[in-house]
Design a protein around this ligand. Sequence first.
Ligand code: PRX
Length: 653
Amino acid sequence: MADGSGTQNEQAVFPVPSSIAEHAHVDNERYLEMYKASIADPEAFWGEAGKRLDWSKPYTKVKDVSFDQSDLHIRWYEDGELNVSYNCIDRHLETRGEQAAIIWEGDDPNQSKTVTYHQLHEHVCRFANVLKKLGVKKGDRVTIYMPMIIEASYAMLACARIGAVHSIVFGGFSPEALAGRVNDCDSEYIITADEGVRGGKNVPLKKNVDEALKHAFGVKKVLVVENTGTQVAMKGGRDVWWHEAAAGVDEFCDPEPMNAEDPLFILYTSGSTGKPKGVLHTSGGYLVWASMTHEYVFDYKDGEVYWCTADVGWVTGHSYIVYGPLANGATTLMFEGVPSYPDASRFWQVVDKHNVNIFYTAPTAIRALMREGEAPVKKTSRKSLRVLGSVGEPINPEAWLWYYNVVGEGRCPIVDTWWQTETGGIMITPLPGATDLKPGSASKPFFGINPILVDADGKELEGAVDGNLCITDSWPGQMRTVFGDHERFFQTYFSTYPGRYFTGDGARRDEDGYFWITGRVDDVINVSGHRMGTAEVESALVAHDSVSEAAVVGYPHDIKGQGIYAYVTLISGVEPSDEIKKELINWVRSEIGPIASPDLLQFAPGLPKTRSGKIMRRILRKIAENDYGSLGDTSTLAEPEVVDELIENRQNR
Ligand code: PRX
């Protein structure tokens, strides 16, 4: 057993608590049995697993997949028909109509509400009828740019009900970022709110939409939910108040039968190159994956209250606030606020207020709360908690131990869940009743997942080793394409190691077969669990008139996991100053959003380049990490002296 100190952490093993093991869905023996079966015969395993959903037309085919360039396709349950909203709502009405489906907790601690499955049905049907009234049809893309109000979940489920494809853009993104995403998927409809509220501050969502629509010309209708009641401009013929449109619409709306492979949603995510990609997920396989992982990974039991603190603007909110839990008839908590408002006790007060049994958050939140000490935690009870979860980035053993010992009082297993927007749901994770825990390790693959580690040439590595993480075969929740760019789908995920899905992550496997995710091996930075492409931040910087060149890298950051470090070369005639630094940081905020703001910005008269003009990022990363003693060979640089200048003026000391 661990004592929580220093270097022993990585060796520490926390056995499954017997209180959990006794009642868990699966113990280790059962996990191994099911895992073996899922790998040996995926058709049989997923054929059976698909029955957890209600199909209006049952499938007869289970899996049809090729990762080859000439014929790249991924299909699951391809002749089946179902409706996702029916599966998340209607099928529960008979048995749990009066049970809480969603508990909504406001940013203001005095505001919360509970919506039963019956009420959810009515709200979603109305919302769906409003969308129909606006002209939304099956297959249309609907952009959702909303705060964490309960209507965001109605909007998602209403789209699913009528077969429209939602594309949620996180409310923290700028008008420019919103416009880019609206245009990329030719979205003619936007759903938004007058304003959002987070941490006591108002976010001008409708105003941002108006700004975005100066660069997005295809939008026909903007549906606006009244939230704070602030005055906003409404453009005649285009902008529609939700409450006005909803007056008099029917409270029933038949769910549209959808093919299993009809799109459910698009979600934009950053990669190492180019614009954000529209990750496309479809209906049947995605919902099987979201619901099955939700049940097993969190060991969800009927009647429990489950809380995932993510925002619906990220994939975690899609799969583990809305689709997974509701497909399972769970009670899911949706939180509008932030962990630090009104104070650092908020999470635990919400846990006590609603008797939360399962709590799922990100390491960055844990690290931020850890800094505030134990007192804000200890003044709450947290007795209802049974299982804790972590997602989004590697959790350092120190934060893990604090989460385990202080928050969970040593009684709650932590499931450190590794997955991606692209994977639709959790891929590598402990199971509460089955897996002995090692702080910092995402541990073992979920059913059907065969993770392998390969070297730079694609050779599969055996035993305890470090390598690039690939998945050998498809799983039902896998993304199906990059919206509008199938070739990019191939190039991004299947071209590096032919025949395999390449995750972009590095990982280590230990002697016990546990996986330890070491982080991205491409030019993606993980800031507070959110993915940011360095290329995106660079192109925002060079779009500024004073910038001639920019290079962006990540560096270790105590709270965010990784921070953004920007090297900027100004055009001749513009002198470095604190004012221009501030201006550039604000510029990036307004071009992309606050999550993309550089934490450190260094003016660089020149960037280290090879003679062929390629920026040597390895060197820039080392300097940003304040590890300039081991730069390696710099003799191939066109101008080796620029490195000395960069070291001299480094910002991270
Ligand atoms: O690098 C991995 C990291 O987050 C990336 C996926 O980011 P995104 O698509 O935004 O999805 C985040 C929520 C699923 C991965 O490539 N990551 C995610 N979870 C973990 C993680 N790294 C280590 N441990 C995790 N549990």
